[in-house]
Design a protein around this ligand. Sequence first.
Ligand code: GLN
Ligand code: ZN
Length: 783
Amino acid sequence: MTDTTSAAPARPAFPAGTILGYPRIGRRRELKKAVEAFWAGAIDADELEATAADLRAATRERLASLGLGPTDASIPESFSFYDQVLDAAVTVGALPSRFAGLAGADGSVDLAGYFTIARGEGENPPLEMTKWFDSNYHYLVPEIGQETPFRLASDRIVREFEEARAAGFVTRPVIVGPVTFLLLSKAADDAPEGFRPLSRLADLLPVYTELLSRLSAAGAPWVQLDEPALVSESIDEPRDAVVAAAREAYDVLGAAADRPALFVAAPYGSLDDALPALAATPVEAISLDLVRGSIPSGLDAATASALAAKTLVGGVVDGHNIWRGDLEAAFGKLTELLSLSPDVTVSTSTSLLHVPHDVDDEPELDERLTSWLAFADQKVAQVAVLARGIVDGHESIQEELTAATAALADRASAPGVRVPAVREREAALTEADFRRGAYADRLAAQDAALSLPFLPTTTIGSFPQTADIRRSRAQLAKGLITEAEYLGRMRDEIKRVVDLQEEIGIDVIVHGEPERNDMVQYFAENLEGFAVTRNGWVQSYGSRCTRPSILWGDVWRPAPITVEWSAYTQSLTEKPVKGMLTGPVTILAWSFVRDDQPLGETARQVALALRDEIADLEEAGIRVVQVDEPALRELLPLKKAAQGEYLDWSVGSFRLATSGVANGTQIHTHLCYSEFGVVIDAIRNLDADVTSIEAARSRMEVVHDIQRSGFEHGIGPGVYDIHSPRVPSVAEVTELLETALQAIPGRQLWVNPDCGLKTRGYDETVASLRNIIEATRGVRERA
Ligand code: GLN
Ligand code: ZN
């Protein structure tokens, strides 16, 4: 859609169609396998490099065959061995002092050193890991101090561009931009009180300038700088400082004498007040996420005229979800964008990192469902279609647009997408369905029903998933053992876990979750409205991948799911057994959800299915039920204006799931990976009787937030960091409990680990639980 009557831009043309990034894990998780083989010592660094180069080569070929231009910078170089934020840290040489010894004289680290920073070694913990914007991808948090040296310590980005070139491609290097890099960093431990990594921007920019000049020398026409932090309002830095940093950074980089054209990508939402700032800089292209955000309006005259001279890259193909979507509407948005600049091109809204490779790899999925889906490769093809439409006009792509519209219509009318009984039930809900009895009455009824000691002890649900357990599941899936054989093995496992808890002296017993492959997929497999994939892997962090389920239709529960397991467990012990469910928000967060209705509506359907399950558990004699919501914080919208509505429906769906029970039934919830400050009111509003949270890693710091928030219900701040194989000593647990007791009244306090024990081994688990019980007994005696 370049208007050829205006003056020709003094820059290379931005490609008509592109994507912001592509999955790097490989269609068959080749990268995961190679990286893990390297860690295990089964292959050396050269072999790992060779596998990675093969994957990059295959990706370029694939993207070109799907319609991205091989030599016009359409193809992004978005490979990473582990994480793109770690890559940026290593590129600019910003290592925490504990890892300084890994770097050579030039500041570079080799592959082994790179993975050490990601995974820790001995006494040196790895970089912290946290969620990447509102996705389920986790990045590594760089640590920046006053003295952290910055220098161009790796030319990997340049070499990958050259590698592509040698194969006949001209691609587009991608790096996390300097503002996002610093905003995602945390202050190093040795930094002065109140130090802000963003204060180092001016020191960092010369390194980026040098990198740009290297890329320019290598012949890169464009470079992509990812700046998603500019769209987020959940960044711990005043907004005007963020906007000013964007302005400063791109004024400086734009002024570099010798550089490729600059493309600033801003996925995950609208740029808002960062857009005028970027517009005022010399950057040549800016992407706008038109899936989450909308076409900017009400721009001042200076911004409008500045934007008119830039390439606007319309992110109209959803990179965050797996639906084929409304292509006609997407093309419409591109047309609308033309009102801002004559130079409009098309892209995905985000990197395709969040979606699996290829729908064609799912021969077992229902064919009709498949026709509504677009994974990464299908989305690339959609981009290519829209790009053709931009160049050759709407009629040239009419056929594809019509086909996408027909698929949408088919989806809207297909059986299971809208189930009248589910809809009627939801429509009939009243306020009372979201409310339990008064807490004081519940407390009295539960005290009578459960007769628990002071400082009751429990675990979060899962016990170690041993190789035997996983093998049994695999054998069942392959038909090597019968269902009855499998059930027998799982029951034996449950009995072992119950006996162990009894012997250790835990008060509220769990069954250990041996039958669950994954806390979301397990429920998806047992509820209507979901489909599961075979090869639909998505990178979660490093070499870890998840296979999100696809929530495509109205959700309902055809039959009880967990009741037999829990009832069997209760038959083995006099102590209360805790039923174990995954909450509606977490089920949504870790699945691909339908995009044809508000999330809250979908959440209420899941909640009603769980409500039925809880009623059946209660009926079967289960007196404690835990509904896990570890993803409550993760789905919190990046924009403040959207947070209230989110908290309404997320908290509401939890309450809907759990409010059907009698006063004497104790509802627990569990949250982890969270910063509680922002959601503490929401956690209180869940109105659970007992909430267990992660706290051991932060040495109980979170109890002060809890105290300040006036939290009056039961609370179990974790005393055992299950992310590490370390066994906490009795003294250590005692100290954590005493710290907690200083902030929280004893009658509220529960004793439990930080999270489930699934990933731990038995030896350390048993030793840790024994120490927890011994410490609890000591504190009880002294109380
Ligand atoms: N009940 C789950 C378990 O113990 C909770 C897992 C989680 O919080 N992520 O594994
Ligand atoms: Zn957890």
